[in-house]
Design a protein. Structure first.
Length: 680
């Protein structure tokens, strides 16, 4: 006897709830087997144990001769699974979805499209899965479970929520699936569905199998197989009992609820004769027993299950060519993530448009900020300033002088911040300077300039040639602009946002929508999933880098790149995987998109400020400098600034890349510790 499934004494408890309590069953190869029972009976948990999604607390399970737990890659290509709730990737059409699932098994697009046609979805191939009706979504879910031609198919309440016509259309498809020799295991709480489809059923309640057998055989086993009803008032209950007893009819359960008079019998002929003689046939209804009657009359202490019957073995599917799975699955998942990114307008805005807006905004605000100019008012005639201005050059290059104001007006403007200082000259030659301490940089600058003017004037009056001269100049050339400092910081912020949120939200949304659970039952590894996410995140980061550099090099902003600017590319790649590792940790810990968003914000914003994305840390306190050295963002900003605008090279880039990759390794290990395929 060939058995596709054997389960012996399996148990599963969740806290105080015994979800599965000693279930034993066997399913023959090629059989259509049903697990019946009300919601909460333990059907889905039993099915998940058989599929290998859950580990049983006790008992033994064997599927196609192999143990399903722990995750068995040899078994996964031989099974097809349809979940109670459809698990699809967001932003994909029906055709893109079936092709993606096919890629997990090395199946090409042509075979995937053929499966779509078989389930009647060719005309809906270009429809997004979120726009499909319930019946279409269930058909697509079944198509995804069958696309790799499995030997064994698990269907968890596939017709729940469908209208009667959609249910019957789906029944035809399920019959065809089983008719091809596949073993099908179905859970349902629709007893009529089980009667129509299943060769054998197990009735479950409170985690136990109450009875197992062919539907017709179970119905025949109950005491009363026919239910007879007539309109109430035609005969009283006592009169009906008297007449039926006198005629020798065998009956039970005679009841009158004021609407109908009903009874059960195994011999309806004598009962109907008595009713006809009394002209009491109005509202007559004669109904044979169903699985519903079986379920209602079952002894809840449990009845041993029947043995699986022999069925012809289903042909084994042709295995996918060895070595193709990883490549195809990797490409399929990468395409899914890239399409999801491109089709999500909100993600596009926050990943590309918003950071670019910051660059434009800060670039405009700080344009021309490479030199320090201070504004002073000359009140009355200040001969020292006039003489210095006549000579031109020197310290007065950075001084913008306003004349024609009274001392009172000038003082008011200094207090308001409209001027940085005022200068007046007393009759005795004393120069008076008034300045605001609100901006310490400007106040220090104006004091230094005016003091230099006074010193030069004194030397000239004494006819003394200065013994020493100071030749001061900035280390950058005249092309240096604030954009060369803004670009690395804002680019790092944009890359961090995209990589952290991309990895985090992928894990959370896929886990919540049961896509990760579906991937767990496909023969692909967690490394393939992460690798696809890395590829997409790196492509997005490189697109961000290209956009930032293109905008920053516009004539208006004037970014000038140095010879080793290309080193920013490997720096961005290393930084992207480092930021992704942060997203993997938050995505592994968070249960919802809201909690993931909160975690990410708590990490990204402080890291951006402390890492120098918005505010340079050159003059920050030592303790703040030490904190920034523990953050990966710093190791993108500092070397990127060096290679882009300061002539830096490998000496600046390589150590930073090493630190970023080390950071990645540590956080990936942490993420793996907390990673879960499912949220339950």
């Amino acid at each position: 006897m060939s058995e596709a499934i054997t389960a012996d004494g399996i148990r599963k408890r969740y806290g105080d709830v015994q979800a599965v309590d000693g279930v034993s069953l066997s399913v023959a190869t090629g059989e259509f087997y049903g697990l019946l029972g009300p919601n909460g009976a333990g059907k889905t948990t039993t099915l998940e144990i058989l599929e290998g999604i859950r580990e049983a607390d006790e008992g033994r399970v064997e599927i196609l001769g192999l143990a399903p737990w722990p995750r068995n890659p040899k078994l996964l290509p031989r099974m097809g699974v349809q979940f109670q709730a459809s698990a699809f990737f967001a932003k994909l059409t029906a055709r893109e979805t079936i092709r993606t699932f096919a890629s997990f098994y090395g199946i090409g697009a042509r075979a995937a499209d053929a499966m779509l046609e078989r389930v009647g979805l060719t005309e809906s191939a270009a429809v997004l899965t979120t726009k499909m009706s319930g019946g279409q979504a269930q058909r697509l879910s079944i198509a995804c479970a069958l696309v790799h031609d499995p030997e064994l198919v698990f269907l968890d309440e596939p017709t729940t929520g469908l209208d009667p016509q959609a249910r019957r259309n789906l029944w035809d498809l399920l019959r065809d699936i089983n008719g091809e020799g596949r073993t099908v295991v179905l859970t349902t709480h629709y007893l009529d569905e089980a009667e129509v489809l299943c060769d054998r059923v197990s009735v479950m309640d409170h985690g136990k199998v109450l009875k197992t057998g062919a539907p017709a055989a179970l119905v025949r086993e109950i005491d009363d197989t026919v239910r007879v009803r007539i309109e109430s008032g035609l005969l009283s209950r006592d009169r009906a009992r008297e007449l039926l007893t006198a005629a020798g009819a065998v009956f039970s359960g005679l009841e009158d609820d004021g609407v109908t008079l009903a009874l059960s019998t195994v011999e309806p002929g004598p009962v109907l004769s008595v009713l006809a003689e009394q002209n009491a046939l109005r509202g007559l209804e004669v109904r044979g027993a169903t699985l519903e009657d079986v379920f209602l009359q079952l002894d809840r202490t449990g009845v041993p299950g029947m043995t699986a019957t022999e069925r012809p073995a289903a042909p084994a599917p042709a295995p996918a060519p060895e070595g193709e799975e990883k490549a195809n699955a990797f490409v399929g998942l990468s395409r899914v993530m890239l399409l999801g990114f491109v089709r999500d307008k909100g993600t596009l805005f926050f990943t590309l448009a918003l950071p670019l807006m910051f660059l434009l905004l800060f670039g405009v605000l700080y344009k021309g900020g490479g030199s320090t100019h201070v504004k002073v008012a000359e009140v009355g005639q200040v001969k020292v300033l006039d003489d210095a201005r006549a000579q031109a050059g020197g310290a007065l290059d950075a001084l913008e002088i306003t004349t024609g104001l009274s001392e009172e007006d000038a003082l008011t403007k200094v207090k308001k911040g409209d001027l940085d200082g005022l200068v007046l000259q007393k009759p005795d030659g004393t120069l008076v300077l008034r300045f605001s301490q609100a901006d310490q940089v400007k106040s220090g600058t104006v004091q230094g300039i005016v003091n230099s003017v006074v010193q030069n004037a004194n030397q000239a009056a004494a006819n003394v040639t200065p013994k020493y001269a100071l030749d001061a100049a900035k280390v950058e050339d005249d092309s240096t602009k604030p954009i060369q400092y803004l670009t690395p910081g804002l680019l790092a912020y944009a890359v961090a946002m995209g990589a952290v949120y991309g990895a985090s939200f992928t894990l959370v949304t896929w886990r919540k929508s049961r896509v990760l659970r579906r991937l767990r039952l496909a023969p692909i590894s967690a490394g393939t999933i992460v690798g696809a996410r890395v590829l997409v995140s790196v492509l997005v980061a490189l697109a961000q880098t290209a956009l930032f550099l293109m905008v920053a090099q516009l004539d208006y902003f004037g970014l000038k790149l140095t010879g080793n600017w290309w080193l920013v590319v490997p720096l961005v790649v290393c930084a992207t995987v480092a930021f992704m590792s942060i997203g993997l940790v938050t995505g592994s810990l968070a249960k919802t998109e809201e909690s993931a968003n909160g975690m990410n914000q708590l990490i990204i914003l402080p890291m951006s400020f402390l890492g120098g994305a918005f505010i340079p840390l050159d003059f920050a306190p030592n303790w703040l400098q030490d904190v920034s050295r523990a953050l990966p963002l710093r190791y993108l900003i500092v070397p990127a600034k060096s290679v882009l605008s300061q002539g830096g090279g490998l000496a600046e880039a390589l150590p930073a890349m090493g630190i970023l990759l080390g950071f990645t390794a540590v956080l990936c290990a942490v993420a793996w510790r907390f990673f879960n395929w499912d949220d339950a």
